[in-house]
Design a protein around this ligand. Structure first.
Ligand code: PLP
Length: 379
């Protein structure tokens, strides 16, 4: 069995589990309690916050724990729009649904007018169009992700942040797919909000954080207790928070080695797929090292009768991947990203997403299984 679906979720690092276990088995209590049990948990939370803040070059008071990327995206969008009186939002049709559906629901409710930045057929954003939109609608909410989770395209969030700053916009960037894979420096990056999710970087599921720039106060999504300085009510997931910080620490410490290893696997995929399967193509800027996230390769396969059952067939052959063609029906249905790119709905699409745990042998195995399926097609 090989696992190439790391953009969906990564395996837990055993060192992360080890750091979490005492907070599940030994340390009892509620971090809001003032007794020694509670204070021990509170200290663990604040240490984790400091670790994360230090790694992304932010202040601990700018880091708030959430249940993951989806909540962070919702908090930034809903909070900013409700609290800061923003009447216009700008995003792109290629964003994750955690951003798109949130902004669309706000637009539907009449809270904002929503505009989409133009992009080309490879998913590259037209930043002059962003400038134009902001010139007409200054003080907008702008949400543009760092790396696309389906096709791996990297956006130049440094430049986007500078454009937003010139137009007094609030800039939120979904960094769920790049957190722990590239360094983030909040002293350089002109973002007001940025989000991370532990399970994309070998941490546990159901825990993440939002960076909220100092001085930007927005309404919480969840009302209740005064946890997280009134930004996020609810008893903290202490073990998850400890695991998130540990996972990010490990990711930063090994970042260069992991990048080299995973980029090597990606290059191997590209070379082997091109050699083994006729007319294989790559969606977005997936195959270009400097323009795409090294953990993601989105492969476009020639039209065939097996396109619809591709994921199922690969699963039977012990390869776990994600798919999503541009067609609107069938087993592979419904990638809004590939549809926005105008990808041929007849072609199959597979996303191979890799982690530090994958090997060259696994790449060879996955390519061999895919090639076997394609060779079965009658000429
Ligand atoms: N944003 C992006 C780009 C993602 O890839 C994901 C996860 O698939 C999310 C947000 C949602 O994160 P979570 O699963 O932590 O809610």
């Amino acid at each position: 069995m090989v696992y190439f679906d790391n953009a969906a979720s990564t395996p837990l690092d055993p060192q992360v589990l080890e750091a979490m276990l005492p907070f599940m088995l030994e340390h009892v209590g509620n971090p809001s309690s003032i007794h020694s049990h509670g204070r021990k948990l509170r200290a663990a939370i604040e240490n984790a916050r400091k670790t994360i803040a230090h790694l992304i070059n932010a202040a601990p008071a700018e880091v708030f724990f959430t249940s993951g990327g989806t909540e962070g995206d919702n908090y930034a969008a809903v909070g900013s729009i409700r609290t800061l009186g923003l009447q216009h939002a700008i995003t792109s049709p290629l964003e994750h649904h955690a951003v798109l559906h949130t902004l669309e629901s706000l637009a539907k409710a009449g809270a904002i007018k929503l505009s989409y930045v133009r992009h080309d057929e490879r998913g590259q954003l037209d930043l002059s169009h962003l400038e134009e939109l902001l010139a007409t609608h200054p003080r907008s909410f702008v949400s543009l992700m760092h790396a696309n989770n389906e096709i791996g395209n990297l956006n130049d969030i440094q430049t986007i942040g500078e454009v937003c700053q010139r137009h007094d916009a609030i800039f939120h960037t979904d960094t769920v797919q790049t957190m722990g894979h590239y360094p983030h420096d909040l002293q350089q990056l002109k973002a007001h909000f940025l989000v991370g999710s532990a399970h994309k970087l070998h941490g546990p599921k159901g825990i993440g954080f939002v960076y909220n720039r100092a001085g930007i106060h927005v309404e919480p999504l969840l009302h209740g207790g005064s946890q997280e300085r009134n930004v996020r009510a609810g008893t903290e997931n202490v073990a998850g928070i400890v695991g998130l910080a540990k996972a990010l620490e490990i990711a930063y410490a090994g970042m260069n080695d992991h990048q080299q290893h995973i980029q090597g696997l990606k290059d191997r995929f590209i070379t082997k797929l091109t050699a083994e399967i006729e007319d294989v193509q790559f969606n977005g800027t997936s195959a270009e090292a400097d323009k795409s996230l090294y953990t993601v390769l989105n492969v476009s396969l020639p039209p065939s009768e097996i396109s619809e059952m591709l994921l199922f067939n690969l699963d039977i052959n012990k390869v776990s991947v994600s798919g999503g063609s541009a067609c609107t029906s069938g087993a592979n249905a419904g990638s809004h990203v590939l549809t926005a790119l105008g990808a041929d709905p007849m072609r199959g699409a597979i996303r191979f997403s890799m982690s530090k745990y994958n090997t060259a042998e696994e790449v060879d195995f996955a390519v061999a299984q895919l090639a076997k399926l394609y060779r079965k097609i009658p000429a």
